[in-house]
Design a protein around this ligand. Structure first.
Ligand SMILES: [Cu+2]
Length: 348
């Protein structure tokens, strides 16, 4: 039986000192790896171990070197922050107001362990968070208390109870499903996609049931990907596909990019990623959520994202799913053609 792991317990595993700010795009792909990663996956073949099967099925090993990509740059200065004496505490509370110019948020927060009683105070936040936070919103975050300097909030997630319950329940179901499928977790063309519930770039819960009756194009990216040939190219092609599909009178298309890096890619970070690219999010969502749910989706969609130390290596896959939730086409690697996908879409 599956241990009753709470998927939310490893939901905010950012490395101490890592930051979300305007410069995230330029940063190397430093990933705050969580030590819980392996223990969250009892009995599951993790995506990396699926590599041989996946490649035989879909690719052929000749493409391996072209497909796998390592962020080979050295880690950022993230760990130094810990040495600087920054302390970090989990915080929950309600946003009372936001000052976008000053990049602060006034939060009525619950008691923070022994560190601070419940009170209302202002915290520094990233530009992305200042733009995304909403008055009245319940949040959870990391309270970062530097030795000297302002307290700030990082890694901010929505914390509305109803939404959190939906996301957690779906993550548990996905965990169980992936576990039960074992080495057959990978879903082939012709199979239906699993159910999921994640947060979109506006911190709204998106359940897979929302897509029933829609054609969906899905890929996986992460916002800190430093290689322009990889995630940034993928995103550009998704945008091209969105435009071409519209021109071709495909009326029921939804595009979905799921993060490979939920430890960094909060809803606000994804929102900023879409905003700086002027992405029309009316039918293009960027999704994130509990790390276990992301990993299970990666396993089921046959995408590899492996952390070797602090280096993220990942593959690229783009899938087309029909109105009945069936995978009808997939392209592996970065060489796919938006026209090819649009050609396979059903017209109104
Ligand atoms: Cu990438």
């Amino acid at each position: 039986m599956l241990p009753a792991a709470n998927p939310l317990t490893n939901f905010s595993p950012r490395r101490i000192g890592s930051k979300v700010n305007n410069e995230t795009e330029k940063k190397p792909c430093w990933h705050g790896k969580t030590g819980r990663r392996e223990e969250d996956l009892p009995g599951q073949k993790s995506p990396p171990s699926r590599l041989p099967v996946f490649l035989c099925k879909s690719l052929g090993s000749v493409f391996l070197s072209a497909l796998l990509f390592s962020c080979s740059k050295s880690p950022s200065s993230a760990p130094a922050a810990q040495a600087n004496g920054d302390r970090r505490f989990p915080l929950t509370g309600e946003v009372l107001s936001i000052d976008t110019a000053k990049r602060t948020a006034r939060v009525r927060h619950d008691a923070v362990g022994d560190f601070m009683p419940a009170m209302t105070m202002d915290f520094g936040v990233s530009t992305a968070d200042a733009d995304a936070l909403k008055t009245g919103e319940r949040i959870r975050a990391d309270l970062v208390a530097p030795k000297d300097g302002e307290f700030r909030l990082e890694n901010i997630w929505p914390n509305d109870q109803v939404s959190a319950d939906v996301v957690a329940a779906a993550a548990r179901q996905l965990r169980e499903d992936t576990h039960n499928r074992g080495s057959g977790a990978y879903r082939e063309i012709g199979e239906t996609v699993p159910n999921f519930a994640l947060y979109d770039q506006d911190a709204r819960v998106v359940q897979s049931s929302r897509f029933h009756g829609k054609q969906i194009m899905v890929n996986f990216i992460f916002t800190r990907c430093p290689d322009p040939r990889m995630c940034p190219t993928s995103t550009n092609k998704m945008m091209q596909t969105q435009k071409l599909a519209r021109e071709a009178a495909v009326t029921n298309l939804e595009l979905v990019s799921i993060t490979l890096d939920p430890a960094n890619d909060t809803p606000a970070v994804l929102r900023q990623y879409a905003a700086v690219r002027n992405i029309d999010t009316s039918n293009f969502s960027f999704l994130t959520g509990p790390e276990s749910a992301i990993r299970d989706l990666l396993a089921q969609f046959g995408v590899i994202a492996e952390f070797k130390g602090d280096i993220l290596t990942h593959t690229l896959s783009t899938l087309l799913i029909d109105e009945n939730g069936k995978i009808i086409y997939r392209a592996d690697g970065s060489q796919w053609d938006p026209k090819e996908f649009v050609g396979r879409m059903h017209r109104a």
